[in-house]
Design a protein around this ligand. Sequence first.
Ligand code: ZN
Length: 107
Amino acid sequence: MTSALSHRGSAPGADRLAGPIRTCVGCRQSDMQSALVRVTAEGHGLCADTSHRKPGRGAYVHARSSCLAGAERGGFSRSFRTSIARDAVAGIRKHIQVMVKSEGSYE
Ligand SMILES: [Zn+2]
């Protein structure tokens, strides 16, 4: 019998501690879910899902102005497969900026 211990299938990766990886719709870089803000589509609007518990399709974006700008230029629409009103994007952008500013980490 050959030993199966040589093939454990779990590569020693950094994501073991970091949790799930998501892709930012702004810069399209993958990052830890915890480093991204989850945004869900609600009707024709957008909602920042700070609790990460809202049902439905979610998009992830870094709380950075450059990433929010990228999301605004089409990232959200692409992710939600529907056109998102600019008002809704502007609203969510403001919401995220305020949210992150209060934590002192907005770039
Ligand atoms: Zn990003």
